[in-house]
Structure formats: structure tokens, C-alpha cells
Design a protein around this ligand. Sequence first.
Ligand SMILES: [Zn+2]
Ligand SMILES: [Zn+2]
Length: 332
Amino acid sequence: MGEVCGRCGRGQVAVVRRYSGERLCRACFLETFERRVYRTITKYDMLREDDRIAVALSGGKDSLSLLKVLAKIERRFPRAELVAVTVDEGIGGYREEALDYARRACEELGIEQVVVSFDELYGLSMDEVVRDGYLDELGLGPCTVCGVMRRRAIEIGAMKANATVIATAHTLDDIVQTYLMNILRGDLNHHLLGVRREGEGVIPRVSPFRLTPQWEVILYAYYNGIPMQEVECPYGHASQRFLIRSFLTEFEERFPGSLYAALMAIEGRLLSSQAVKEGAAGGGRCRFCGSPTFREVCRSCELIAQISGIRAERVRRALGGIEGLLAKARSA
Ligand SMILES: [Zn+2]
Ligand SMILES: [Zn+2]
């Protein structure tokens, strides 16, 4: 006989949470996992009873797990509705598999799905952004550009779906990575990530996994038979996030509980300075999308305008070339 679960005293220990010392059977792990997501939602007041929730569903294990948990939680709130928003970035040989997982999950759970693509929204796939030299012109890495375009695409998809809130599958790891990335770039973190912030014309975004470590989401997905894509994004290795993620994962492995401690430390500081800052700096809103920003136009709108600008300029040049050829042909 193996060791018995410290919670129910019956099942065999399958999962050890080193950061808390809990030794749990599979059933207790799943139950406490879901309970934590529910508590996270309540703690930060993320969802309302009559929300139409757009789950940003990439088809990766994290978002598939989020859809599953939210579908369970949503049953307790008859007036709330779930809809999935999936973005096709146009990354050949990589995205097709996950897009298929996303579609099937929605079918199985009976959830409406809205699909939007970079191609339809921007006239450009991510493959074209990389292949046609946009990154060099912008001086940015693929993940930065993809991230901004994806974020905007999710917003547009959520608007199409008439959603009142967007739920993303960012985990504790993702949130701490972003805080650190901002610090390493010299940006101050202005507000808590993944908690509901209302603003005119902006659909608020929430991250119900913000207190859940990444490895627990993977395990939850595994125990629930959620498919996991083996192929990694072909553009992912170039990113800053990739470096920070490797470092944080190793650090957490050696010193369990560090991620959560970091989150609490950063956010404790943010919360205590927030009232002061919001009063002092005012913090306006982007002229185009209404997102909070300290400038007239937010960084995302600026970047998307730049991409469209580069694209338009190229089309203009190409047309100019064709006109030149036609003129030559006519005069000949
Ligand atoms: Zn148990
Ligand atoms: Zn904007």
C-alpha cells in the first residue's frame, strides 16, 4: 500500500504540492484545483452573474482546461453564458492541430465558438509577418508582434460575440513572467494583471488561473484527457519570455513557493501605490481603442497602425511598379 491522501484519507497520493506540503490523491487534486479557480474568481470579483464570458481559446492545454473549468462553474450561474473566441494567427504546420482541438472542445461542451484570423483582420498571416520582413522594419521580435495582434483579434472576436468579459488562461507563471519582463524592460507595472478593470469601450479581461501554477494546469489537463500539442511554436524561442520562463521554472523547482511569493510582493506594492498614482497621473485613455494609457495612442494601436502602414506602402509600391510596366508597354 502506498501513502494515503492527506485530505480524504482514502485515495493514494498522486500529487504533491511542495509549496504547501499537501499530498493529495487524484480526485482531491482535481477538486481543490477547481475550487481554487472558483475562489480566485470570487476573490478578485472577476465575473458577474449575468456575464457573457468570452474564453480566449487557443486550443492549447491551458485554454482548453480553462474552458472546461469555466463550463463547470458556469452551471452554477444560470444567467451567465460562455462563448469561445479562437484566433487563427496563420502559423503553418503549427496552429492547425490546436485549432482542431479548440473546435472539438466547443462541440463536446456545446459552446458557441467565434473564430477570427489575422488574415481576415489584418490581411496578413503571422507567417507573412515573419517571412516578408515586417519584424526587421518594426525592430521587434515575432512574439511581441504576434501578442499585440492576437490581443486585438481576441477583443474583436469578443465584440462580435457580444461578450461582457474576456477570460484568458494566463497562469501564475505567466503573470509573474510579465511583471518581470516589464521590470527588465524598464517599464513600471501600472496595475494588477488579469483582474477585472472596467473602462469605456473596453471589454475587461480576467485570468481565473492567475493563482494557479503552470504545472498544475498541465496535470489537470492530463488527468482530464485534454489533448496536448507536442509541436512548439516555430517562432517562440526568440522571445524574452522564453528566457524568463526557463529561469522562473528552474527557480520555482529549487525553491517552491517563489512564484506565489513574488506575485504577492509585486501586487502588494502595486495596490498600495495605485490610489496615489491614479490620482496623480490621471492616466488617460487611448484615442482609438479606449485602453488605459499614459499616451494619446496606446502601444498596441500604434503597432497595428505601423503594420498596416508598412503593408499599405508595399501595396502602393507594387501598384506603382505595375503602372510603370503598363506605361512602358503602352508607349512601346
Ligand atoms: Zn483524496
Ligand atoms: Zn489603443
